[in-house]
Design a protein around this ligand. Sequence first.
Ligand code: COI
Length: 329
Amino acid sequence: MMIRITVFEAREDEAPYFNRLADECGIDISCHPEKLSTSNLKLAEGSSAISILGQSYLDADLLQKLKQSGIDFISTRTVGYNHIDLKAAKETGIRISNAFYDPNGVADYTVMLILMSLRKYKQAMWRANVNDYSLFGLQGKEMRNLTIGIVGTGNIGAQVVENLSGFGCRLIASSNRINEKINDQVQYMPLDQLYAEADVISYHVPLLESTYRMVCKASLDKMKKGVILINCSRGELMNFSDVIDAIENHKIGAMALDVFENESGIYHLDRRTDIISNRDMAYIRQFPNVIMTQHIAFYTDTAVATMVECGIKSLVSFLTTGTSDREIS
Ligand code: COI
C-alpha cells in the first residue's frame, strides 16, 4: 500500500519540495495550510504519519486522538520541539522526529540584528522614511570595541561565534557543553560572569524548563547598564514584564527579537485587519531601540528545502524501517 503522509501548516513555498519528494519517494503527500488541532484531525484520515511546523501544539489530548485515528509517526519540520508534549507522545506510543537545517541562516540573521541594534538602524530607517536625515541620537558603536556574549553554543550559537570572529570583538560564551569547534575563538565562562562582562548578549538555547524566562529581573540585574539583548531562539526565554521595566529604566540599551511569547497565531500570518491581543508584543514594539521581526531568522531557501526533506524523509524512514535518525527520544 502506498505511504500516505498528511502535512499541516504547509506553506506555498514548501510545495515544490513536497512535490519533488512525493515523486522521489513514490509516496502520497497531502498538504494543508491549517495548523493541526482536534477540530481538523479528519484531514489526516488514511495517513499513518503526519508532519507539522511549530504552531501545532501537540498536547496529551491531541496525541491520544491522533493515535486513536491511526497516526504512529509525527515529524516537526522545525529544529525546536517545545510545542510537542514528548512525555505524552511516548505514553501514547507516537514516535516523533524533528528537522535539522544548517545553522548559517539563523546565525547570519543574528549578526544582522546585532549590527542593526549597534547602529540604531530602526530609528535611522524611520527617519529616512519621512525625509529626516538628522544624525542626532544615531551614533553607534563598533564591534571591535565590544564584548559579545553567546549563551548556548550548540550548532547555531557556534556558527554565530564563527560569523563574528572576523569583526575583532571579544567573544565570550556560556553553555552546558564546551563546543570544541569554537573553543579557540571564544572564552567560555559561567553565565553570571558573562552577564557581568558582555556588552551584547545573544541567546541560542532551546526552550526548556531550565531556560524558561531565564531573562528576568534577577539575570538583568547582573548585566551591564545599556546591554544589548538579541533573541532568535524562543520568546519564552524572556520575562517580558521584567524586560519592559529594564528598557524603561535604561538597563537594556537595545534589543532585537525574532521571537515573542505567544507568537503562535500571529507570526507568519496576515493579521492586518484583526484585533491582536498580545499587549506586551505591541508595547515592546513601539520602543525606538527595539527591533522585532516575525520569526524569520530561519527562513532561507536552503533551510526550507532541508526542513521539508527532513520532515518527509524521517517519516518515510520510520514507516519503512521502523527507525529514523531524526527521532527525538
Ligand atoms: C525552528 O526550526 O525551531 C524554528 O524556530 C523555525 C520554525 C518555527 C519555523
